[in-house]
Ligand binder design. Structure first.
Ligand SMILES: [Zn+2]
Ligand SMILES: [Zn+2]
Length: 280
């Protein structure tokens, strides 16, 4: 299969946004194909529970405390001759975060279902909701947007904190460069969904965010639209999107899906399709 060019996919995305187009999911009676009034979107939004909210608040508080503690220690043990590595590690940190965002996003979009115990409602539900109501993310507050990505960083930040507490000065010096990489990676991972939210926000963004998007330092709006073309099968990276073009070119996701389908018999995005076709 030939890789779709960015221009081609964008053209499809324009069609998808046209309410008069005969898209794959358009119902004869013109039920909403997407948006807050879509039956699936309403049901998914109602599954955001108080317990989940509490988990997000706790995760965020713990992660922020760990970020501050590790940052203070990184400053404390900073040496000027490390500057070069810090610059390098920030690039690798961004690339790793971008790849990780793609991998997690692809997993959640393509496999599993909202009915799965524990992770279904807590982690897969927001991905399903996002495809049928892409603007819902812009109505989520900071905690709902970023709770999960902050939570992911906790084990890594906890381990770094442990090292700063219990390692000797020499041991910390030996591991310092690695800790810089992990710290920057964690910062970009934790901010991934915020960058994603901004890529769906067309009005009222501060000028400096627009500037970061314009120069593709964070995920640009136009670039992310490519992912939002049904059946949502490419451009999964949502931190900066730097890796999307290359991964599409080498058919990375298609090959992975082919191998998984061959081994397990499961078809990618079955659950996602079900929610998209849902009617009242
Ligand atoms: Zn998606
Ligand atoms: Zn999106």
């Amino acid at each position: 299969m030939a890789a779709k060019s960015e221009e081609q996919i964008l053209r499809y995305s324009m069609l998808e946004d046209d309410p008069n187009s005969n898209s794959l999911f358009a119902e004869k009676e013109r039920k909403p194909r997407w948006g807050p009034q879509h039956a699936g979107a309403k049901e998914l939004a109602s599954l955001y529970t108080k317990g989940k909210r509490i988990q997000e608040i706790i995760s965020m508080l713990v992660a922020i405390c760990l970020f501050i503690f590790n940052f203070v220690n990184l400053v404390k043990y900073f040496r000027v001759d490390n500057l070069y590595f810090i610059a390098l590690s920030s690039i690798f940190g961004i690339l790793t975060a971008d790849f990780a965002s793609g991998l997690v996003h692809w997993c959640a979009d393509s496999w599993g279902s909202v009915q799965l115990p524990i992770i279904g409602k807590a982690f897969i539900r927001p991905f399903r909701e996002h495809h049928i109501d892409p603007t819902s993310i812009t109505r989520h507050d900071f905690i709902e947007t970023n709770g999960d990505t902050f939570a992911v960083t906790i084990p890594f930040m906890l381990y770094s904190s442990y090292k700063f507490c219990y390692f000797t000065n020499d041991q910390i010096r030996d591991t310092y460069n690695w800790e810089c990489y992990i710290f920057l990676l964690a910062i970009f991972v934790s901010m991934t969904n915020q960058f994603h939210k901004w890529s769906h926000t067309y009005f009222g963004l501060p000028w400096y965010i627009k500037l970061l998007q314009k120069y593709h330092i964070i995920l640009p709006c136009k670039h992310h639209r490519i992912h939002h073309v049904a059946p949502h099968e490419t451009y999964f990276c949502i931190t900066t999107g730097w890796l999307n073009y290359t991964l599409e070119k080498i058919h990375f996701w298609t090959i992975l899906e082919y191998l998984i389908e061959k081994a397990t018999g499961y078809k990618p995005r079955d659950d996602d399709m079900k929610w998209a076709k849902k009617v009242d």
